[in-house]
Design a protein around this ligand. Structure first.
Ligand SMILES: Nc1ncnc2c1ncn2[C@@H]1O[C@H](COP(=O)(O)OP(=O)(O)OP(=O)(O)O)[C@@H](O)[C@H]1O
Ligand SMILES: [Mg+2]
Length: 234
């Protein structure tokens, strides 16, 4: 479904990604783990069209998407749930969700997706009229995921959904991510610093170090890998 081949990304003169190759098959949950500054967010921003690679290519369902504008990438079926959530604090939960469906003109589809998101996240339904900024951190993360789903994506990019969230809510959010994959059939690329969680959820994973993929394998193998255990599983 998604293939990156030899992707380099620069910020001005500073190179952040070096020849990154990665694949995600339809229906999979794939994780990308790595320390602060490894280039995880840069990689997601490159897929979603917010950054352009200086070398290599990004293909989605067989077609080149590198160089496309971000809104075109959304229309192709890729949603990006950014690091730090970025919800609209003044808007209500419902308005935030509707913003996620801005490319969808058909009202009936927006309504159907809204109901599906409320089915997945009953907490959001209960807080429909509440300003987004008054939700707890974990609830804001659910809202950010819900908003991404409102575009009806086939591929969902998640950037550190566990960041700064109480452990009990993190468990809940990871359970919801599993349901999104199982029930909606949405393919997921999950970026996480919490390797324990990510390697427990995903089937396959990549380890990124200073802009390079240094390991890739099934997560059950990565969990047993001495290098991964030492660096990421403590
Ligand atoms: N806008 C920018 N301008 C210049 N350099 C940047 C910019 N954004 C990121 N970088 C650099 O690119 C490298 C990768 O950053 P990135 O945000 O992709 O890392 P990350 O793996 O997501 O880290 P974290 O786990 O802390 O979110 C870092 O060295 C960072 O300083
Ligand atoms: Mg990041």
């Amino acid at each position: 479904m998604l293939t990156l081949t030899g992707v380099d990304v620069h910020y001005g003169r500073v190179q952040a990604l070096f020849g990154v190759s990665l694949t995600v098959q339809a229906g999979e949950i794939v994780t990308l783990i790595g320390c602060n500054g490894a280039g995880k967010t840069t990689l997601l921003r490159t897929i979603s069209g917010l950054l352009s690679p200086s070398a290599g290519e990004v293909r989605f369902e067989g077609e080149r998407i590198d160089g496309l504008r971000a809104d075109r990438v959304v229309r192709r079926g890729i949603a990006h749930c950014p690091e730090g959530r970025r919800i609209f604090g003044q808007l209500t939960v419902r308005e935030n969700l509707e913003m996620g469906a801005y490319v969808e003109r058909r009202r009936d589809r927006v309504q159907a997706r809204l109901e599906r998101v409320y089915g997945l996240f009953p907490r959001l339904a209960e807080r429909e009229g509440q300003p987004g900024g008054t939700l707890s951190g974990g609830e804001q993360q659910m809202l950010a995921i819900g908003r991404a789903l409102m575009g009806g994506p086939r591929l969902l990019l998640l950037d550190e959904p566990s960041l700064g969230i109480a452990p009990i809510l993190v468990q809940e959010i990871f359970a919801e991510i599993r349901r999104v994959n199982a029930e909606l059939g949405t393919t997921i690329l999950l970026v996480e610093q919490n390797a324990h969680l990510a390697l427990g959820l995903a089937a396959r994973g990549y380890v990124l170090e200073t802009g390079r993929v240094v390991l890739e394998d099934e997560c059950r193998c990565l969990r047993e890998d001495p290098q991964v255990r030492e660096a990421y599983l403590g």
